[in-house]
Design a binder for this molecule. Structure first.
Ligand code: SAM
Length: 246
């Protein structure tokens, strides 16, 4: 099946850009702080960012002392912003699907991927290639949509009370892995659902040891500022993993 490149869809792209500019978006409040907390000391490190999007993480990694950052992304629209807004002498952007990582050469100390792996059908193939690009002891730090979210296959996400307030999440088809076609700004946005055990086993089978996982949930302080995140008590939106090449 042809790989989808939804971020080059004009309507999707414009809406996603707006979403990321909203103050208090879930990336800024939950995902980015959790991802940063999993990073090692970056001084002098060679870093690969898979699905780098607008390049915001590449810029952060450069500011944190990385020696070089290679950001790859399938979307030319996303890379266009990255090149215009988040360039640095240490940063290179390449338009390439991460399924073709074997085209890269060189060695990296760290591979980072933020919220891109759930767009990939062959996670095992990507992880194999990451392994061969990493130095011994190199780290793979990634976030993806939480499997509780990627499992969604239609119908009501929530059971609600008579006033329409959310009571709890409806979880179905969790064990049915594979492509999900969802509506997100546009119809037919394709993502891939994998169970937790599948993700963990793919890492283990490719010689990675998991050092830490995070499923960010709202703290009291976050809820005071952003009461809308109350739902995340039931359903963490993200899964983050720090894995080390053995
Ligand atoms: C949710 S955005 C995240 C962007 C960036 N990592 C961030 O956190 O700001 C997902 C990105 O993954 C990219 N992407 C999706 N599938 C990809 C693939 N197969 N190879 C490379 N990039 C991909 C998209 O084009 C998009 O830029």
């Amino acid at each position: 099946m042809a790989k989808q490149n939804i971020y080059d869809n004009e309507i999707f792209f414009e809406n996603y850009r707006k979403l990321r500019k909203n103050a208090g978006n879930a990336n800024d409040v939950f995902e980015i702080p959790a991802l940063l907390s999993l990073l090692p000391d970056l001084c002098g490190k060679k870093v690969l960012d898979l699905g780098c999007g607008f390049g915001e993480h590449c810029r952060l990694l450069a500011d944190m002392g990385a020696a070089s950052i290679t950001g790859i992304d399938i979307s030319e629209k996303m890379l266009d912003i990255a090149r215009r807004e988040n360039s640095s002498p240490k940063t290179e952007y390449i338009n390439m699907p991460m399924e073709e990582l074997n085209r890269l050469d060189g060695e990296y100390d760290l591979a980072v991927s933020s919220l891109a792996l759930h767009y990939v059908e062959d996670l095992d193939g990507v992880v194999k290639n990451i392994r061969s690009l990493l130095t011994d002891g190199g780290l793979f730090v990634f976030s993806q949509e939480n499997p509780i979210c990627t499992s969604y296959s239609g119908g009501d996400r929530w059971t609600r009370d008579e006033n329409g307030s959310k009571l709890y999440l409806n979880l179905k088809d969790y064990s049915v892995e594979g492509m999900r076609s969802t509506q997100w700004f546009v119809d037919n946005v394709q993502k891939y659902h994998r169970m937790f055990s599948t993700i963990v086993n793919i890492l283990a089978q490719n010689g990675f040891v998991i050092e830490k996982m995070i499923e960010p949930v709202p703290t009291k302080e976050i809820l005071e500022k952003f009461p809308k995140y109350e739902d995340l008590r039931h359903k963490p939106d993200f899964l983050l993993v720090r894995a080390k090449k053995q």
